[in-house]
Design a protein around this ligand. Structure first.
Ligand SMILES: Cc1cc2nc3c(=O)[nH]c(=O)nc-3n(C[C@H](O)[C@H](O)[C@H](O)COP(=O)(O)OP(=O)(O)OC[C@H]3O[C@@H](n4cnc5c(N)ncnc54)[C@H](O)[C@@H]3O)c2cc1C
Length: 425
């Protein structure tokens, strides 16, 4: 296909990970946005043997805040998600070796659950199915957006790996398309941002997260545990029982230079180490599943919008998972963006119009700043041996439990509802 017969779209989403796929689902369900000529391009195949293939839908689990679940209800996806989602009715926060803990309760907030734990693979299954059934969406996968550049119509994209619809052969020539608005949802390692000269501010925490499912002897009772240890934060997220075993998803943060040692441990020694760090709150740890490791950093794009361009999800901001906020924040951005696009359509202006995109950014900026500083603050507060921070932690833990407004603030943050500023300790 030559550039002269280039196909034009209103909106192209690059990346069908958790964020791009969710945005595509929202747009196909919005009545104003449903008139869009919409394309979703994903580098991985979408389904194989009914399993989602995008790298983000791996063996991890994600805490979906109550606010996120409400958005999935708007997309008609909550009914499919709820059977495989484990409700979090309590969050127990403690600090190893120090007195005091904080317990947040759904009942204190008048809700059934503070959040829900969903296996990423289940979320992927539901999102992918919804994409395949959506009308008004063109899905290209496995296809990579190889290059991007501004053009008179908005942005020009070069697609590679497109199949020829007549012969099913790969097209070796470049396939060019143009779009009024491109939404980059291509994850934390964006090559397209580099091409556009958009850089990221990166704070390396020098930490990595070990992820695995674990089994133990006592029921978790809907409790999520967040435990801060001198080595780094450790979270246990409740999962449904399986084969009569009580289970949780473990997110165990370690200094990056010590992670190799942990990975090399056999299951028995690793479980013994976990037991030592976590204590007996869920009885005895009995099994650990497949382990994966994720290096952790805070990465924020220096620009999120340009005429005809929006950065969304990890490419815009990737956070430390300690507070379980990354996807929840990105979904709030995606919902705001879908409203913005629907408004552009109603007003008859291009969805890539810069004043419209500035309006989008103004709508999400406060929430982004607060959520990013909240999770960065939690990471620094609870990963430091600095004597003042340790003191703040110690007095904080003991006093938060006695201060209903502060507990309410933390609960709302966990539910994805509170975008107030971080309280000063
Ligand atoms: C250990 C861990 C635990 C976490 N837990 C939580 C939690 O409990 N709650 C929470 O809210 N968040 C959590 N997060 C954060 C959450 O996982 C991320 O916010 C989310 O995965 C970001 O998704 P994404 O779609 O932006 O990126 P990705 O999942 O990386 O998706 C990007 C997609 O783009 C595709 N792609 C890339 N380049 C191209 C291209 N050029 N052309 C076409 N396609 C392309 C890729 O194949 C991929 O499918 C956690 C993160 C980690 C690391």
């Amino acid at each position: 296909m030559s550039v002269t017969d280039t196909k034009h779209y209103d909106v192209v989403i690059v990346g069908a990970g958790m964020v791009g796929a969710s945005l595509a689902c929202v747009l196909t369900k919005s009545s104003s946005a449903s008139k869009l000529k919409l394309l979703l391009v994903e580098a991985s195949p979408v389904f194989s043997n009914k399993s989602p293939q995008q790298p983000g839908f791996d063996t991890r689990s994600t805490v979906l805040s109550a606010g996120t679940m409400a958005y999935f209800a708007q997309m008609d996806l909550a009914k499919s998600l709820l059977p495989s989602a484990e409700p979090i009715t309590h969050i127990h926060v403690s600090d190893q070796g120090r007195f005091g803990s904080v317990q947040l309760n759904a009942s204190d907030e008048g809700v059934d659950a503070l959040g829900y734990v969903v296996a990423n693979a289940s979320l992927g299954q539901i999102l992918n199915q919804s994409l395949l059934e959506a009308s008004g969406l063109e899905l290209c996968a496995p296809v990579t957006v190889a290059s991007i550049k501004p053009c008179a119509a908005g942005m020009q994209l070069e697609l590679s790996g497109m199949k020829n619809s007549d012969t099913s052969d790969d097209v070796s020539a470049k396939t060019m398309i143009t779009t009024s608005l491109v939404i980059l949802a291509e994850g934390g390692r964006s090559t397209l941002c580099e091409q556009l000269g958009i850089y990221h501010q990166r704070t390396a925490y020098e930490q990595s997260a070990l992820i695995a499912n674990v089994a133990f002897s006592a029921p978790h009772g809907g409790r999520a545990y967040e435990r801060f240890t001198p080595k780094g934060p450790l979270a246990l997220l409740p999962l449904a029982d399986h084969d009569s075993q009580h289970r949780a998803a473990l997110i165990w943060t370690h200094a990056s230079d010590g992670i190799e040692e942990i990975i090399a441990m056999n299951d028995k020694d690793l479980l013994a180490q976990l037991q030592k760090e976590f204590g007996q709150r869920v009885g005895t740890f009995t099994r650990i599943g497949k382990r994966s490791v994720y290096p952790l950093s805070l990465q924020v794009a220096q620009e999120q919008i340009r005429p005809g361009l929006v950065l969304l999800g990890n490419v815009a901001h990737s956070l430390h998972p300690v507070a379980g906020q990354g996807f929840n924040l990105a979904l709030r951005d995606a919902m705001a963006l879908s409203h913005n696009i629907a408004e552009s359509m109603q007003m008859g202006v291009s969805p890539g119009s810069f004043p419209q995109l500035q309006k989008y950014l103004r709508a999400v900026q406060r929430d982004q700043l607060d959520t990013i500083s909240f999770s960065d603050y939690m990471t620094r507060l609870f990963s430091s041996d600095n004597i003042f921070l340790a003191w703040a932690r110690k007095s904080g833990m003991a006093s938060i439990d006695l201060l209903p407004p502060l507990k309410h603030y933390l609960s709302r943050q966990a539910m994805g509802l509170g975008h107030a500023r971080v309280p000063q300790l």
